[in-house]
Structure formats: C-alpha cells, structure tokens
Design a binder for this molecule. Structure first.
Ligand SMILES: NC(=O)c1ccc[n+]([C@@H]2O[C@H](COP(=O)([O-])OP(=O)(O)OC[C@H]3O[C@@H](n4cnc5c(N)ncnc54)[C@H](O)[C@@H]3O)[C@@H](O)[C@H]2O)c1
Length: 330
C-alpha cells in the first residue's frame, strides 16, 4: 500500500514509518516540523514539509503519490496547554483534520487510521477500560480527539469512509536499534524525564501525588511500546476494505505500572539513581488508567511484544544514551 503518514516526523509517526517499510508498504510523509524532526525520517522516504490543513498541497500529494490509506498522527498533545489555549487545539486537531478529511474525500481516498487517546474516556469509573465505556474527556485535548472520532462516524455513513481510531495509552520506548526515539520539546513523558534525571540532564524528577489509593501511592499508567502501537496500525489495513467500516480500539498492554515502578526500572536499566521529589497531586490526574486491549488482540491478531516496563525502558535508554541531545547535534 502507498501510505500517507501525516505527522510522520514525530515520535509515533516516525516509528510507524519504519514498521511500514518492514511490512513491505511504501510510506510517504507529511509533517510541518512544528514538533517533528527531519532526521527521524529516512532520506529515501518521500517527505513533504506541509501543513495538513493545506488542501491544495495535500490534494496534490494524494494524487501524485497514489495514496491508498492515510495515517494521521499530527496533533498538538499537551493537556495543560489545551486548557489554557483551547483555540490552538481546536484549530490544529479538529479544523485541520477536517480539512485533511475533506481533501481525502475529494480525491477519492477513503481509508483512514487515526491517533486517538485514552484521554477521551476522562476519568473512568472502573478499570481496565474497554472501548464501550462512556467517553467524557476532561480537557480540550481529549475533546478534540473525541470530536474527530464522532466526525469519522458521520463520514463513514455519509461518504463510505473506512476508518480505525486507536485510543493509545502511554506510548513509550524507542526503536530496537536505537536509531530513533522520543524527542519532545517540552518533554512531559515520564520515562524520558526519569532518564534525564538519572543522567543529570534535568533536575530531580517530580512525582505528582504519593497518596493515591494505589499499592505504592503513586499513579498507575499503561505503558505501551511505540513499535507495538505501530504494528496495530498496519494490522488494521485488511479491515478497511469494506466501505463505511468504523473501528475503535484501545492500545495498551493492560499492565498497570506505577510511577515508582517506572523509576525503579530506569534505575535498573541505567545503573544510575533517579533523584525524585514528592510533589502534590495534579488536578485531573486519575489514580489509575489502563486498557483492556483484548479487542485489538482478538480482531487484529495484535501481538504485544513488550508486556512489561523494563524492556520498554531498555529501548528508551538505548536511544537516549546514544543520542543525549535527541535529534540535535550530538
Ligand atoms: N505520545 C503519546 O503517549 C500519545 C498518547 C495518546 C495519543 N497520542 C496521539 O498520537 C499522535 C502522535 O503523538 P506523538 O507523541 O508522536 O506526537 P509528536 O508531537 O511527536 O508528533 C506529531 C507530529 O505532527 C506534526 N504536526 C503537528 N501539527 C501539524 C500540522 N498542522 N501539519 C503537519 N504536521 C503537523 C508535528 O510536527 C509532529 O512531528 C498525536 O495525535 C497524539 O495526540 C499520543
């Protein structure tokens, strides 16, 4: 398949590009590099530095590259910022995505794979989370993703769009060969922050909330390896042949891991102490969030290779230890 990877220079998109090649597909990347990194995408891969909402440019790429399916990773994804500047999030995550979808329909491209999030569930009443549970986001970021999920349902009915929306839990880790990995600026994800605290690149890690009703008092989250995520996106292609198909899948390992367990895994893998300080809980952080991903496992034959935190951290460490400045000059 010729696959347009929108946001393919970002963290998850760039890993998916490599998995697409490994699976025998032909990726084409669009990224405006607002957060992405050009070196994250191989020089031999067609790359377009355009905004996903640019209907003229995107339309030409869809036609010229004979695109069969669009994978859409591009979005703003900082929850706190979405609360303070919701318009920024609605314009990029909703308006530009609707423009992308309109362009696809105009050019007759009707297969779409979308990065959604567990943030669409808000604060669920029970764990693990199954896809049929109510979605009630508690911040604009999660709402923008839910808005697109709803738009996709309507486009499937009206125009025969076939889509899969994947609700990711905490994407983590890096490519096995250490060639690409996570390089967000600002970084808000726990594993890179803990690694940076261990290596002295950042000050002590703040652990937000140590009095949660969890075994060690810290939050429980579901860390899923970025290559495992990527493989699910490819496994769904076969299901998109029938026009009007709409699919929703959680992607997590189902294993709750606490903040302190992540810290311990980082210490074990790096052989260094992670200095940390206990900080108050953050508003809107539920005690536990983890997935029931059995639907993706049974329907897509999704195989989760990384089922526990240490091997995930090991891949992240391989990337960070060989690229201390991320994609910048080493
Ligand atoms: N990282 C996670 O744990 C996680 C969890 C749940 C959902 N998600 C979703 O997965 C997707 C990918 O996340 P990520 O961590 O790889 O993010 P990222 O910021 O690393 O990648 C997003 C990419 O999209 C590009 N982009 C943004 N707006 C664009 C635009 N208007 N036009 C063209 N390119 C644009 C950025 O330059 C960047 O390269 C996002 O949609 C995010 O909401 C991520």
């Amino acid at each position: 398949m010729n696959v347009l990877v929108v946001g393919g220079a970002g963290y998850i998109g760039s890993h998916c590009v490599r998995q697409l090649i490994a699976a025998g597909h032909r990726p084409v990347v669009i990224d405006n590099l607002i957060f992405g990194h050009r070196p994250a995408v191989g020089r031999d891969i067609p790359f377009y530095d355009v905004n996903l909402g640019d209907e003229g440019a995107v339309g030409r790429i869809l036609v010229d590259e004979k695109i069969d399916v669009v994978m859409h990773f591009a979005a703003f994804a900082y929850v706190g910022e979405s609360v303070n500047d919701p318009l920024k999030y609605y314009f990029n995550n909703v308006v530009a995505t609707l423009q992308l979808l309109r362009t696809m329909l105009a050019k007759g491209v009707k297969k779409f794979v979308f990065s959604s999030t567990c943030a669409t569930y808000g604060i669920p009443s029970k764990m693990p989370i199954v896809e049929s549970m109510p979605q009630a986001p508690i911040n604009p970021y999660g709402q923008t993703k839910l808005d697109i999920e709803n738009a996709l349902k309507a486009l499937a009915v009206a125009h025969g769009l076939s889509f899969a929306a994947f609700r990711y839990f905490n994407a983590a880790g890096a490519a096995e060969d250490g060639a690409i990995g996570e390089d967000h600026n600002p970084e808000t994800h726990l594993i890179p922050l803990a690694i940076d605290a261990a290596t002295g690149k950042r000050p002590a890690l703040q652990v937000f909330g140590t009095d949660y009703p969890t075994p060690d008092g810290t939050c429980l989250r579901d860390y899923v390896h970025v290559d495992d995520l990527s493989r699910a996106h490819i496994a769904v292609f076969d299901k998109l042949s029938k026009p009007g198909t709409g699919l929703f899948y959680n992607l997590g390992t189902g294993t709750p891991t606490s903040v302190l367990e992540v810290i311990r895994a980082v210490e074990k893998v790096t052989g260094k102490k992670v200095p940390y300080i206990a900080a108050p809980r953050r508003a809107g952080d539920p005690p536990a969030l983890y997935a029931d991903s059995s639907k993706a496992v049974s329907e897509l034959g999704w195989k989760i290779k990384y089922t526990s935190i240490e091997p995930i951290v090991a891949t992240a460490w391989k990337w960070h230890s060989t690229h201390p400045n991320g994609f910048g000059k080493q």
